[in-house]
Design a protein around this ligand. Structure first.
Ligand code: NCD
Length: 305
């Protein structure tokens, strides 16, 4: 029996497997693949709000022919009847559930349930820790734009410390040979470990002039008590606006994992900017998740094993 693999963060995938996911994503975008998950049962449990990630996992599963159950955390016995999460997972295993996609505010929660579940767990975001499928779709969007990422400079702006997307994406950028440059106020930059070898730049204007791509982040107020600087100063120093867009090189693109906050990390001119790639990211997200599901359940193509 193939061991059931989980995807908790990007380091669960080899470089070859990431490459294989990208190839499969392009294939699926060109030609929908049919029912590769026929008869496979999937459960999605989102303990935190989600629009993009929840919908795209659902679509990916449905388009591949899986049976899908969406569990609302407040309806679980876990919530009020004293059942442990380990026992919940045992119960789902006994029903033959093959895939659990989970989002949770606590870092480490998906790893914990993976140890109690006889199937594949996919982390759809855990606290400020990791969000591997968002990182994959960000990296795919960059690849789609530039081909190889070797030597490309990706500037990540804003609340990096509380962003699971940034933590996973920074890992992936290093893996694919790109340089990550981080810009934000003290208090939003996080500790050295979480940001790997990424370079820190204090001045956004200087960083923009070097960028091939800029990734903007939402300020994740639900994850901290006090803003390190006040909102007005944040906007003055870190908002991408019409004036700052002019500092970008002509080929540069701007990305955002969503949800974006108009008037904070960006103003409306960014949404009309020719290099704004948010909708492309969302579009790729469905196919990336199809490719991840296919890899975990059906295994990698021969050449990757
Ligand atoms: C993010 C998340 O939930 O981590 N969004 C996403 O999944 N695309 C980012 C955020 O909440 O700001």
């Amino acid at each position: 029996m193939r061991t059931r693999r989980s995807l908790i963060d990007l380091d669960d995938l080899s470089a070859q497997e990431i490459e294989s996911i990208f190839e499969q994503t392009s294939t699926f975008e060109a030609q929908p693949p049919g029912r590769l998950l026929e008869g496979v049962d999937a459960v999605n449990i989102f303990f935190e709000q989600s629009t993009r990630t929840f919908t795209s996992f659902n679509l990916a599963q449905l388009r591949l022919g899986a049976n899908v159950v969406n569990l609302s955390p407040k309806d679980l016995s876990l919530a009020t009847k004293g059942e442990t999460v380990e026992d919940t997972m045992l119960t789902l295993s006994a029903m033959g559930i093959c895939i659990v996609v989970v989002r949770h505010p606590e870092a480490g929660f998906p790893r914990r349930i993976a140890s109690a579940f006889d199937g594949h767990v996919i982390n759809a975001g855990d606290g400020a820790h990791a969000h591997p499928t968002q990182a994959l779709l960000d990296l795919f969007t960059l690849r789609d734009e530039f081909g190889s990422l070797e030597g490309r400079t990706v500037v990540i702006v804003g609340d990096i410390a509380h962003s699971r997307v940034a933590h996973s994406t920074i890992r992936g950028l290093a893996e694919l040979g790109a340089d990550a440059v981080l810009v934000g106020p003290e208090g939003f930059l996080g500790d050295g470990d979480a940001v790997g070898g990424a370079r820190i730049e204090r001045d956004l204007d200087a960083a923009l002039a070097q960028a091939d791509a800029v990734i903007l982040l939402r300020i994740q107020r639900e994850r901290f008590e006090k803003m390190p600087i006040d909102d007005r100063e944040y906007v003055a120093r870190y908002q991408l606006d019409a004036r700052r867009l002019k500092r970008l090189r002509t080929h540069a693109i701007v990305m955002h994992p969503g949800p974006y906050n108009r008037g904070m990390e960006l103003d409306d001119t960014v949404l009309d900017f020719a290099g704004w790639r948010y909708a492309r990211q969302v579009h790729h997200g469905v196919y990336i998740r199809m490719a991840v599901l296919d890899l975990l359940v059906n295994g990698a193509p021969e050449r990757v094993r």
